[in-house]
Design a protein around this ligand. Structure first.
Ligand code: TLP
Length: 339
């Protein structure tokens, strides 16, 4: 039986158009700055995100870590939601590479307010770390894929800038936010000094992320990418798929959101306990009556793959490799184990 893979939108396979573009890509050594396809991707992505320049990096994790390295010095303080990917899922990388320290904030839907931030930033004093960076995530993964509204991003970013801090947005799924909020990605990235975007999540590319910001930020970021071993040679092969992802991807994300809503309506009607953010996107979180691992195992036996998010919490993610029939089959399977 073929599994219906709802674990993540990272599991998609490259589309025929991507494979064709990869086969035909013009390439060069990108560490020498000689790969025309990487350059085309970096220019295109910078324009879409409304930033001066951008850098193609191997992963979303590396994009966030390079952003942190570029914005901070050892011992500096980063204000971040406690459920954020850069804190929760990046293997302690900030401590390992930049030596910055996290100040963990809380709030619904993966968001903290300007007031929360102002309260957390301590006055300059020899005892305190230097407050340096605010790190936001849009959409917010552990908050059920919540899109964060432009108003919210603006108010917390304005507060950060007034306090002399920089702002980075982990926009791994910024296109999901853009579609849910019906606002261009450039507008959502506008208040931030830097933004990352994953090509390999809902957009469907096999590998790669973008880190965008000012020209001087990207110049420094390029050095850090090299130091982390992220300088890639004939990376145009991958960038070619990224360019196709930026073209094909957004329209398909609209479908992912529609299918997530369809799944939500069906599961709610069956009596599943769903955790739904204010502005949902392509994710669905289910509170399980039994331990999450047991529920995941039961689903796997029936042909549905899900991810554990807590001791009694599982995540389902829709993506471009799941068509209408797959979602309907998933609904039937959930129906067979409904509470
Ligand atoms: N998220 C993955 C897992 O790591 C949890 C997933 O399946 O959702 N920012 C955000 C908001 C992310 O969700 C992820 C990946 C990343 C960054 C990291 O991207 P990669 O996996 O390319 O390093």
């Amino acid at each position: 039986m073929i599994d219906i893979d709802l674990r993540s939108d990272t599991v998609t396979k490259p589309s025929p158009a991507m494979r064709q573009a990869m086969a035909q890509a013009e390439v060069g050594d990108d560490v020498y700055g000689e790969d025309p396809t990487v350059q085309q991707l970096e220019t295109t992505a910078a324009m879409l995100l409304g930033k001066e320049a951008s850098l193609f990096v191997p992963s979303g994790t590396m994009a966030n870590q390079i952003a942190i390295l570029t914005h901070t010095h050892r011992g500096d303080e980063i204000f971040i939601h406690r459920d954020s990917h850069a804190y929760y899922y990046e293997a302690g990388a900030a401590a390992m590479w930049s030596g910055a320290t996290f100040n963990l904030l809380t709030g619904p839907d993966g968001y903290f307010s300007a007031e929360d931030l102002a309260e957390a930033v301590r006055p300059a004093n020899i005892h305190h770390p230097r407050p340096q960076l605010v790190l936001l995530e849009n959409t917010h993964n552990r908050a059920g894929g919540a899109a964060i509204s432009l108003d919210r991003i603006l108010s917390v970013s304005q507060c950060a800038h007034q306090l002399g801090l920089r702002v980075h947005i982990d926009g791994a799924r910024l296109y999901n936010a853009s579609i849910a909020l019906n606002q261009p990605v450039a507008l959502l990235a506008g208040p931030a000094d830097s933004v990352s975007l994953c090509l390999s999540k809902g957009l469907g590319a096999p590998v790669g992320s973008i880190l965008a910001g000012t020209r001087s930020f990207v110049e420094q970021a390029r050095r850090y990418r090299k130091s982390l071993g992220g300088g890639m040679r004939q990376a145009g092969i991958l960038a070619a798929a990224g360019l196709v992802a930026l073209e094909e991807g957004p329209a398909l994300i609209v479908e992912d959101h529609r299918r997530a809503r369809k799944l939500k309506v069906a599961l709610e009607a069956m009596g599943f306990d769903l955790v739904v953010p204010e502005i949902p996107t392509n994710m669905l979180f289910i509170r399980t009556a039994v331990p999450a691992e047991d529920q995941i195992l039961q689903l796997k036996r029936l042909g549905v793959l899900a991810t554990q998010m807590g001791s009694q919490l599982i995540r389902l993610v829709t993506h471009r490799d799941l068509n209408e029939a797959a979602i309907e089959r998933a609904i039937t399977i959930f129906g067979s184990i409904a509470p």
